[in-house]
Design a protein around this ligand. Sequence first.
Ligand SMILES: Cc1ncc(COP(=O)(O)O)c(C=O)c1O
Length: 241
Amino acid sequence: MQAELRRLAERGQFAYEFNSAGVFAAVSGWFKRRHNLDLDTGNFVQVTGVLTAAALLIRELTDEGDSVLMQTPAYHQFSKMISSAGRNIVTSPLKVDDGRYAMDFADLEVKLSALDVKVMILCNPHNPVGRVWTADELKTLTDIANKHGVVIISDEIHADIIYSGHRFTSLMAVDPANHVSLIGSPSKTFGMQSISDGYIYTQHSELLESMRAVSSSMYLDHGNAFTTFATIAAFNQGMAG
Ligand SMILES: Cc1ncc(COP(=O)(O)O)c(C=O)c1O
């Protein structure tokens, strides 16, 4: 990645660069090699980062006054993201089972059944508690969400930073046909937080089209030469710790 950034700097011209297709191919290749997950390059939407992606999705999937559920403790930006969009925050506290954090499915069953709760933000692996949710836990969660028509936004930005002995499962591997959207970026995996780039992935064709339109209308659907080619180089050649 450093070599790629040097090469870009040395070109000495910084005209517009559009290569989202290259980014999507690189992300898709990474997911296949690293997580044995097939992501279709035609199902991505380019955005500038994960927080942007989640903020846009919340606005697209809910109306002002609706509620968005998050599990607590939560990454501090989630509450700001929900309330600054004029949506209500509903929390489902994680519980502690045998000394480790777990989802409270009984609580989720009740809270996700409320008519105003349209969306849930899932953090997998979870920041701040560090749990890597298992396929069984994710299946139970999607069963409850689907029963109540709740869309899950799955923030998987920490997918590649897990302790050995644990296995990351994307929500896409559990319930790909659902309205679920996966969001991610190279920022944590490769330490590229301020070379900001990100993507939304969904197999829901209507959501895909609407998010493409939103991203395009806000002019968020392309990176610049540095972010784009650094992202491609990182996913194609990088190693996560
Ligand atoms: C769970 C989680 N989501 C999103 C972000 C920020 O993502 P981005 O910089 O791509 O907007 C962070 C950064 O700490 C994070 O921990």
